[in-house]
Each structure stands twice: as C-alpha cells, then as structure tokens.
Design a protein around this ligand. Structure first.
Ligand code: KE4
Length: 428
C-alpha cells in the first residue's frame, strides 16, 4: 500500500497539533506506524488520502452503526444545514430526538443534550454531588468516562484508598475525591462504602466496559452495584456513551434490566455529529438551571444539525430494531469467532470478549474480567496484528485496550475477507 499522501499530511499535521492529532488514540502510538489520513468513507469502508480502502472496525469509535454516509442521515443533515447550522435557541428537533431516546430508556424521565460524552459524564457527576450533598465518586479501573479532571484518576495503593492523578494537570486534591476500584468485584464497592460512609455521591461505570477493551459484567454484578448504591444513598450513573443503542436498542440498561439514577449517552445518538446526553430521574434532573441550583450550559447543546443526524440514526434503529440488532449480532459473532478460530489454529493465545456489536480480541490466554487481566495482553503482538491487518485493508481500533465495532453495512463478504486477512496477519 502506498501511504505517501498520508505521510505528508501527518508531517503537516504535526506542525499544527500535538502529535499531529486532535485525539491521542488516533496517533497509532499504541500499535506503531503512521496513521492513514481518511479522505472519505462509505458504508463499511474507509478510503485514505492515497486511495487505499479499508474495512472499518472502529466506526468513529462507535457512532457509525448504520455505516458511513448512510443516505437518510446525510439527507437529514443536508436539510437541516439549509436552515442554518445553529440558532442558540430552542427547536422542535431537540424534543423530537429526546422523545425517541426516552422511548428507549425508561430510566430517563428528563434529559439534557450536550456536545460530548465528557460533558455528559462531567455534568452528571456535578448533579449527583448537588443532589446528595456529598463529594466522593467511585469509578472503576479500565473504565473511561471522558477527560474531566475528576475522572482522569488511577487507583490508589489500596482498594479503598484515594485515587491518584491519571494525568498531569489533575490536582491531587481533585483526584482524592475519586476512588478507582477493580471492575467486577462487588466486595470492593462494599469496602468503599464502609470506608467512606455518607461520603460517596455517585458510582459511575461502563455497564459493558469498552475502554479497557471489551469486558463484560459478571452475573449479578450490575444488580449488586445498583443495590449497594441504593442502600448507601449514592446515585448510580450508568455511562452508556459507548453501549447506548450499540448493544441493544435500549442499550445495556435494557440488556441487563438496569434502573440507574442517571444515564449518559453519546456517539450513536448523534449519528456522527457532536452529541452527548445526560438524563435520568426527574427529582435529580430538575435541580439543573434554570429550574434548580446546578449550573450547566453549552453554546451548541441541541445543535440542529446534530439533532437531525441523531434523529435519522435513532429513528432508523427504532423502526428496524429487530432486523438491525439481529444482523449486528450475527455479523459480530461471525467475525469475532472466525478470527478466534484462526488464532486457535495458529496456537496463539487469544481471548475474545463480546457483547453484541462490540468486542475485543485480547492477545492473552484469559479470562479477561477486569483491567488487571486485560493488562496482561501481549500489546506488541496486538500491534503487529493491527499493522498486518491494516496492510491488508482491515482497519481495527489502534489499541489493544479499545473495543471493535461493526455496522449494518458490513457484508458477509467483508467478514470472510477479514477472517482471511487475520489468518495471514496472525502469522506476521
Ligand atoms: P467523548 O468526550 O470522547 O465524546 O466521550 C467520552 C467517553 C465517555 N464515556 C465512554 C464510555 C466513552 O467510551 C467515551 C469516549 N470513548 C473513546 C473511545 N474509547 C473516544 C475516542 C477518543 O478518545 O478519541
């Protein structure tokens, strides 16, 4: 494959942006090599600046569940754009999308649109602190909820000890308000509540972890966290920015019969345009300005183009739910298990975790039930696999600790080609 144009664009980009990127994972630092620059995309395919075609298995990190340039979404954005890109005033389209989201998420009695998942989780935590009068937050190692200071926190030395900054620039005073616990361990959550009685405002989690690679909740885990938060007067915030409308029409809340206090959404609900959502029980949400004392705002919140893209996407998912999710399940199972079979045949240790159309091939013997297990993966082997797949026109997420996604546009031929490419790539 020729990458001359991408290489030139990368050199120019490095004069503009740190690392040449506007989001770190795009720099391919975890897998090596130079990232291709995308020129356009259609359906299941990305086309780079040198004209190379790739089967896309990260889908803009989740939003492109109907494939790229899905005509109903494109047409909706075009129609909206002709009416101007933004008003900074209320529009009917916000209520139209909100009603569709609420129909899929019974836990969401009121919601608010923002422009990213980070804004959604950051706002939900502020709301939880106001609603409970408490300051501490529990998160889980390997879960990522965006880059708000209090969420860029690593586990302290002991299970229920203060968090430590997970990034430069995060003051330890802020990190100390967050506990980072091991995922899939209810005892750790119990210990945290015992260690900090009446001090924990919220527990936030990915109901299916995507940001350590895909890690599934063990039987009873989510229900256990729900019970503990209710017992101890802390709010449960379920971060469905990645899983929302991905693992089911009603997301993980539907899949696992979860009734959280607050839910955050993003990615798919914007159809590829910048949208985040936080919502939940009315007694909490109505504490937001202008009704209540919790301030939160956004110039482009509810942007009409983003609403149009979200409406076209969510509307299509709702109207074709049975067909869409059956296809996503079948295609994801075929590709995830097909590659796993190739690895077994090549005697390469590989653990495949999958929920619906999100999965990860961990280069380790497994099982992978928390971040500590995931971190045992052979990331160098994953890097070689990633590059060998990319060279064969298959673009996987460029990190062992990310989830792969596919769309309704991926065909059986794409799946077969992916498995064939993996057969060769695993021997690279
Ligand atoms: P954004 O601020 O990137 O829109 O959303 C943050 C976020 C919140 N919650 C969950 C569960 C998420 O997965 C994310 C963002 N996901 C990453 C992919 N692992 C975005 C990709 C990137 O950072 O470039």
């Amino acid at each position: 494959m020729n990458h001359d144009r991408s290489l030139a664009l990368q050199a120019r980009a490095e004069q503009c942006f740190p690392g040449g990127v506007n989001s770190p994972v795009r720099a391919f630092r975890a897998v090596g090599g130079a990232p291709p620059f995308v020129e356009h995309a259609e359906g299941a395919y990305l086309f780079d600046a040198d004209g190379n075609r790739y089967i896309d298995y990260f889908g803009s990190w989740g939003p492109m569940i109907l494939g790229h340039a899905f005509p109903p979404v494109v047409e909706a954005i075009e129609r909206a754009a002709r009416k101007s890109a933004s008003f900074g005033a209320s529009t009917a389209s916000e209520g139209d999308l909100a009603e569709r989201i609420a129909a899929c998420y019974p836990a969401i009695e009121r919601m608010r649109f923002v422009s990213s998942g980070t804004e959604a989780t950051m706002s939900a935590i502020r709301l939880a602190r106001a609603a409970t009068g408490r300051k501490m937050v529990v998160k889980f190692e390997g879960c990522y909820h965006g880059h708000a200071d209090g969420l860029l926190v690593k586990a302290g030395s002991g299970v229920a000890t203060f968090g430590i900054p997970g990034s430069a620039g995060v003051p330890e005073e802020i990190a100390h308000l967050t506990l980072a616990l091991p995922y899939n361990e209810l005892a750790a959550v119990e210990a945290a509540f015992a260690a900090y009685p009446d001090a924990i405002a919220a527990v936030i989690l990915e109901p299916v972890v995507g940001n350590a690679g895909c890690i599934t909740p063990e039987e009873g885990y989510l229900a256990g966290v729900r019970k503990l938060t209710a017992q101890h007067g802390a709010l449960l915030i379920v971060d469905e920015v990645m899983t929302g409308f991905r693992v089911a029409l009603g997301g993980a809340c539907a899949l696992y019969s979860l009734d959280p206090d607050l839910v955050t959404l993003g990615k798919i609900v914007g159809g590829g345009l910048p949208v985040g959502v936080f919502g939940g029980k009315r007694r909490f949400m109505d504490q937001l300005a202008p009704l209540g004392p919790v301030y939160q705002a956004g110039t482009l919140s509810g942007n009409p183009l983003a609403m149009a893209a979200g409406l076209a996407t969510v509307g299509y998912l709702q109207e074709h739910a049975a067909e869409v999710y059956a296809r996503l399940e079948a295609a994801s199972g075929a590709v995830a298990e097909g590659v796993a079979r190739e690895a077994a045949g090549a005697k390469i240790p590989l653990t495949t975790n999958r929920v619906g159309a999100m999965w990860t091939w961990f280069f380790t013997g497994g099982p992978v039930t928390n971040y500590e297990d995931a971190a045992r993966s052979d990331t160098a082997a994953f890097g070689r696999f990633h590059r060998a797949m990319l060279d064969q026109g298959v673009w996987l997420p460029p990190s062992q600790f990310e989830a792969a996604f596919l769309s309704t546009a991926h065909t059986d031929a794409d799946i077969a080609a992916t498995i064939a490419a993996a057969r060769r790539a695993l021997l690279a």
